[in-house]
Design a protein around this ligand. Structure first.
Ligand code: FMN
Length: 309
């Protein structure tokens, strides 16, 4: 099924949730531009989430979604708010969505779990997910081990669900490539960090714009908490700490709250999560321009495809 028909949007382009960052300004801008914005809920109370949803509704009359990180201690309260506010779509991560999928579906909400392996894809298909966001390790933020290029076709072959590709996409060439692999939509995060509507400090946006293909690192693999970030003083300290093999508790202490610090302006002592595709992001633009660029470069990519082999 076409993603545009499944969730009633113009373009099959989702703005991935980004904790502390995917706030109403960014989410509504993406939905107003024909994509699907997703509010992040990690770290929010139920009332804060309700405020964010209501603010987004004031800013757009288009569908938008909410992301649920399933290990959040107040997950039940967050689900209640989402059902009450009749949000169109929920994406889930970091845990087992089995207990909440029936509640959301009963309320007519589409559920798109974010997964990073074929095994998880198969599991989600048995739970009644409406589609899957399949995320490769090129992505910014928390990641798995397989790359987008290898993972998408394997998941497409393994399950009979719409697949949305995430990780390493910033323009229409990436979209065309994912469609060729069998995806019906894409989810992008990093490219929207460098948008005017994104509520992060200019220094963080500038760091994305100035990054090359070699400027992200993955830390936390040793602790099964791999996260892709832009290189800075903090990431160097973390990698050194990891090399020393500190305990998981110590690692948790060092890294806890580090994205929030970056979002609050601590560009060297915080974790500026961003993906490998940062090297393709060259300037800070309004969301509408980013979306238009994706569409025009998609059309160009199709016309330039060498159909002979
Ligand atoms: C700063 C940042 C924070 C993120 N936070 C979340 C999150 O809270 N929940 C989630 O499901 N995904 C999160 N992600 C992943 C994105 O939603 C998206 O899938 C990913 O960025 C796509 O890959 P890309 O960065 O290559 O575009 C985050 C990504 C970034 C860059």
């Amino acid at each position: 099924m076409k993603l545009t028909e499944l969730i009633h949007i113009k373009y099959p382009i989702i703005q991935g949730a980004m904790a502390h960052i995917a706030r109403p300004s960014l989410v509504s801008a993406v939905s107003n531009a024909g994509g699907l914005g997703i509010l992040a809920s990690a770290g929010l109370t139920g009332e804060e989430l309700r405020d964010a949803i209501q603010e987004t509704k004031h800013l757009t009359n288009q569908p938008f979604g909410v992301n649920l990180m399933l290990q959040m201690p107040n997950i039940k309260e967050l689900v209640d708010v989402i059902v009450d506010e009749r949000v169109a779509v929920v994406t889930t991560g970091a845990g087992n969505p089995a207990p909440i999928i029936p509640i959301l579906k009963e309320a007519g909400i589409k559920v798109l779990p974010v997964i990073a392996s074929v095994r998880h894809a198969k599991k989600m298909a048995t739970l009644g997910a409406d589609g899957l966001i399949v995320e490769g390790q090129e992505s910014g933020g928390h990641i798995g081990t397989a790359s987008t290029l290898t993972l998408i076709p394997q998941v497409v072959d393994a399950v009979d669900l719409p697949v949305i590709a995430a990780g390493g996409i910033a323009d229409g060439r990436g979209v065309a490539a994912m469609f060729a692999l069998g995806a019906v939509g894409v989810q992008l995060g990093t490219v929207f960090l460098a948008s005017e509507e994104c509520p992060i400090p200019l220094e963080y946006k500038q760091a994305v714009v100035e990054a090359t293909d070699q400027d992200t690192v993955v830390m936390g693999r040793l602790y099964n908490r791999a996260v892709r970030v832009l290189q800075n003083d903090f990431s160097s300290t973390c990698l050194e700490t990891e090399k020393q093999g500190v305990s998981p508790e110590e690692w948790q202490k060092v890294t806890s709250g580090s994205l929030l610090r970056a979002v609050q302006g601590e560009s060297q002592t915080g974790a500026m999560m961003a993906g490998e595709i940062s090297g393709l992001v060259h300037d800070i633009r309004p969301v509408k321009e980013i979306m238009e660029h994706i569409i025009t470069t998609y059309i160009k990519a199709l016309s330039q495809l060498n159909k002979e082999i």
